[in-house]
Design a protein around this ligand. Sequence first.
Ligand code: CP
Ligand code: NVA
Length: 315
Amino acid sequence: MAAAPSQAPTPAPVRMATFRQDLDLSVEQLNAVLDLTKEVKQSRTRFSAALKGKYAALLFEKPSLRTRMTFELAMKQLGGDVVTQMGLIGDREPLKDVARNLGRWTDVIVARTFTQQTVDELAHWSGLPVVNALTDMYHPCQALADMVTLREKFGRLRGLKLAYVGDGNNVAHSLMLCCARLGMNMSVATPLGYAPKTSVIAQAIEFSRISGARIEVMTDPVDAVQNAQAIYTDVWTSMGQESEAEERKKLFAPYQVNELLLSLARPDTLFMHCLPAKRGQEVTDAVMESPQSVAFDQAENRLHVQKAILLMLLQ
Ligand code: CP
Ligand code: NVA
């Protein structure tokens, strides 16, 4: 008679095909990224040769500190390497030609673009996995790093409340889709006319029916932060909207995250920001520098979560 196995078999690793936007990940894959991030963060050496011989093409149409550096570090710490190009994609030659060149040389494209369509077309024409490194519509790597940070701080995600105050932009969209699928409550307060896109609100509400999350969109920042475990904000003027900056400064002034707003949530409420932060606009220096601020933990976790994403795409 065969002996009973002494250990349960190791489950097959969860893989992902591409990451053009948040919803390219199933809820199972989303949880797998968070779990793998924990392992990756615990041991730099364990995965140090995992992507040996693999190359990422980093394409950036917009400036970046965190995303560009952490993808470069992530590939190098996993044994791979990167090539980088700054500037508009499809300016010098058609996008479909750029994509087909990269498809012949590299293993993955990491792209920060203006339109979501550019990321989708890169994926279509290159035949490679493509990672969204921020588009006007989404910032999915950021939202994953934020989920990792919250899980580290609270030991769980389900049932927490995140209040997002400011512009209903790419970062807000990705956070809403993450929270709604992971059972986290989220309230979003924006000035009238700056709410998240109705299509994203509708998707988030649909997901929340399955997960049990509560997703609310409103205009009053004080209402939004009630009983929130974390308050999140982002710049009032995203990259590409610079001509609207002065008008936005006036409209968004009541949405500044300052010590008063922070004190209206809970005594231990965390402050979150994807960075770069404009002190004196969406957040005060005092809040950024307060012990409640976890902005640099979020920035650190960009590196770890992106290593997990690359492993799930390329291993
Ligand atoms: N948060 C973030 O994506 O930062 P960068 O614009 O510097 O990459
Ligand atoms: N919403 C900001 C995020 C920067 C990381 C932008 O798109 O510029």
